[in-house]
Design a protein around this ligand. Structure first.
Ligand code: CTP
Ligand code: MG
Length: 188
């Protein structure tokens, strides 16, 4: 029982890496032209804000995709009970990985869109929105494009609890590290 739960947690986190990686990668690759080109929304506030840039978006999403491809290769040499591959079909795997990593960045941008509508400045804190919106949108897109894969791998109690309970802690820990090493100005 304990082993099965532990297995479920490890598999879930492993399969979620292409969703988790784009955010920290965006911090590294980010900068330059903002996605909203500096424009305001009808409420007079920025559409997305200065924290969402094209370089961050594509640098982040492509990092997640490339990392997922490496994982899919690596899974061949790892115990598949703990570290399964995404798919044995490379065509399917790459589309799935792109959905995961671009979905994470779309969700991240959508989170910023909502933050701006709430009047929160770029870089300001929005509890749960910062931590979970990217996962929710990524999951939604995975479910829409790959429903069978999603239901099989993520739609179970262990995965849902792992993702929705552990993600905010992982997010926080990674941001504190990024702050300590000087990659971010704020620890959230
Ligand atoms: N980043 C980027 N482009 C993205 C996402 C992130 O350039 N699409 C970079 C920015 O330098 C950003 C940093 O990563 O400041 C941290 O990302 P995040 O915390 O998501 O953005 P915030 O600056 O906090 O902005 P927001 O309030 O909109 O979340
Ligand atoms: Mg932030």
């Amino acid at each position: 029982m304990i082993i099965e739960i532990l297995e479920g947690i490890v598999i879930t986190l492993w399969l979620m890496l292409p969703v988790y990686l784009p955010n920290p990668a965006a911090v590294i690759f980010g900068g330059g032209t903002p996605i909203d080109f500096g424009k305001n929304f009808i409420d007079g506030r920025r559409i997305l804000g200065k924290g969402k840039t094209w370089r961050g978006f594509f640098g982040g999403a492509l990092s997640g995709l490339v990392f997922g491809v490496i994982q899919n290769l690596g899974a061949f040499y790892l115990p598949q009970q703990w570290f399964p591959c995404f798919s044995t079909s490379w065509f399917y795997a790459i589309l799935l990985l792109a959905t995961m990593s671009f979905g994470a960045m779309l969700g991240d941008s959508f989170g910023s869109f909502i933050k701006r509508r709430m009047g929160i400045e770029s870089g300001g804190k929005a509890f749960l929105l910062d931590q979970l919106m990217f996962v929710i949108i990524a999951w939604l897109l995975i479910y829409l494009f790959f429903p069978q894969w999603f239901l099989w791998h993520f739609w179970n109690v262990v995965s849902i609890i792992t993702v929705f309970v552990l993600t905010p802690f992982i997010h926080r820990a990674v941001n504190i590290i990024a702050y300590k090493v000087g990659l971010k100005n704020v620890p959230w």
